[in-house]
Design a protein around this ligand. Structure first.
Ligand SMILES: NC(=O)c1ccc[n+]([C@@H]2O[C@H](COP(=O)([O-])OP(=O)(O)OC[C@H]3O[C@@H](n4cnc5c(N)ncnc54)[C@H](O)[C@@H]3O)[C@@H](O)[C@H]2O)c1
Length: 439
């Protein structure tokens, strides 16, 4: 199905999108205040250097499916969907410069005031979460005199192309994310990508805004991490590419969704110890590894975050369900929940704790000694069953993912509140008395 699309901003993203949408059979009008870019497109030339782009633009212009203009009003009048691809550069202090987005929304809104019929505005520029609600919607509504969701549809549709392979990436993106204000807008935008073979994800506008930043922060982190590992390996005369090749073959724990769920701090007998040993080794090699060095402080902050959330809630009697560092183990070494418990004890909170595996370990097994000798103050607070903890606590902390705790939210008295560090499935059921550590 062919659409009539206007594209505002003829930089890398806008030009590639314009050429590819036109090649897909749509009718595209590009808009840019830079005359030179408009003239180049109208004479069939690419205003930016990108593989495959010159041919696409030449063909689309000669076949009458692509043209460019400096006039926003006529571009809006001739199209049903507008894709915003203007720049969002950094300001000197690192903040995002949204002046082009604000300006273009004013122009689009003013043009929509004079146009009748439904029109969808798609933000393809990278903008921080909240920008559509706080800037784009009010600007469009004020300039157009119309209401978003009624006469104007709105979508956040982040772009994942990489310069130099942008045309290929347009046809083979890792995913197509359509954040939409409502179903009608989402359908219009999803239809633009009907010919593209990629998973289509329709979601809310705020999630779509956040996904783009999460992706790019992750990509940057991956590069910095690999570089630091490479630097350590080189100092140890180890081939870093061999190491990372093997690392990347592990698609269960390394390149996978595992360890990528927001939640509480990590702990246990391996991760903290091994991160510390590696960063110590780097120091002894006179290497600077700021990313690796930041891991333990970041983890400590997460314990502090939980502590601050507990104290802010203002309850005195706290029940903790699950305090080994993950469900299904009795290992308490470097459990961040034990750390949290110790800080709460220190602040005078009245605690009762339950963890099935730790209870068993207290009676028998290798960890009996550890529990009785190293953490006797914690052992004294342990209850024999979950109910005892539920009876005691005004605030219940769910500390690990033991399936027994999934139904906790159904078993609470109306005066009890939950702080969830793991995201049990039933949390939403008691929304106003439920808080997740970072959701
Ligand atoms: N370049 C990339 O690889 C890439 C990839 C993904 C996402 N993005 C994001 O896409 C957006 C665009 O990036 P880019 O690299 O194409 O930017 P760019 O700087 O190359 O181009 C932006 C264009 O917008 C035009 N413009 C400014 N104000 C305008 C207005 N009022 N009306 C019409 N056009 C206007 C400018 O003249 C310029 O031609 C940014 O938010 C960027 O973060 C870029």
């Amino acid at each position: 199905m062919s659409s009539r699309i206007s594209i505002f901003g003829l930089g890398y993203v806008g030009t590639v999108s314009a050429a590819c949408f036109a090649a897909e059979g749509n009718h595209v009008v590009g808009v840019d205040p830079q005359e030179v870019k408009v003239e180049m497109i109208n004479s069939g030339k690419a205003p930016v250097i990108e593989a495959d782009l010159p041919d696409l633009i030449r063909d689309a212009v000669s076949e009458g499916r692509l043209r460019a203009t400096m006039e926003a009003e006529e571009a809006i009048a001739d199209t049903d969907v507008t894709v915003v691809c203007v720049g969002t550069p950094s300001q000197p202090n690192g903040s995002l410069d949204l002046s082009h987005v604000a300006q273009v929304c004013t122009e689009i809104g003013a043009a929509l005031r004079k146009k009748s019929g439904y029109h969808v505005v798609v933000i393809r520029s990278t903008v921080l979460p909240g920008t559509l609600r706080e800037l784009v919607i009010p600007t469009l509504e004020e300039a157009s005199g119309k209401t978003i969701g009624a006469e104007i549809g709105l979508s956040m549709n982040p772009e994942f192309l990489r310069e130099s392979t942008a045309v290929k990436d347009f046809y083979n993106p890792p995913k197509t994310v359509v954040g939409a204000i409502d179903e009608r807008s989402g359908k219009v935008v999803a239809d633009l990508y009907a010919g593209i073979d990629a998973p289509l994800i329709i979601t809310g506008i705020d999630v779509a805004e956040a996904v783009k930043y999460t992706d790019n922060a992750w990509h940057a982190l991956k590069i910095a991490f690999a570089n630091e590992i490479g630097n350590v390996c080189k100092s140890l005369d180890i081939d870093s590419h061999k190491v990372m090749d093997i690392f990347c073959q592990d698609t269960k724990l390394n390149l996978s969704p595992y360890y990528l769920k927001p939640g509480f701090a990590f702990g246990g007998s391996c991760l903290p110890k091994d991160v510390r040993a590696l960063t110590y080794k780097a120091r002894s090699l006179d290497l600077s590894v700021p990313v690796l060095d930041s891991i333990m402080p970041s983890n400590d902050r997460q314990v502090e975050r939980a502590l601050n959330m507990v104290t802010a809630k203002g309850f005195k009697r706290i029940g903790v369900l699950g305090f080994s560092f993950k469900a299904g183990t009795d290992d308490l070494r470097e459990s961040p929940i034990v750390e949290l418990i110790e800080r709460l004890i220190g602040k005078g909170y009245e605690l009762r704790l339950f963890d099935r595996n730790v209870n068993l370990a207290r009676l028998m097994g290798a960890n009996r000694e550890y529990i009785l000798k190293v953490i006797p103050h914690i052992s004294r607070l342990m209850a024999d069953g979950m109910q005892e903890v539920l009876d005691h606590g005004e605030l219940i902390i769910i500390g690990n993912g033991d399936p027994d705790f999934h139904s906790v939210t159904q078993r609470l008295r109306p005066d009890q509140t939950v702080l969830d560090l793991v995201r049990v499935p039933e949390g939403e059921a008691i929304k106003e008395r439920y808080d997740g550590i970072n959701w």
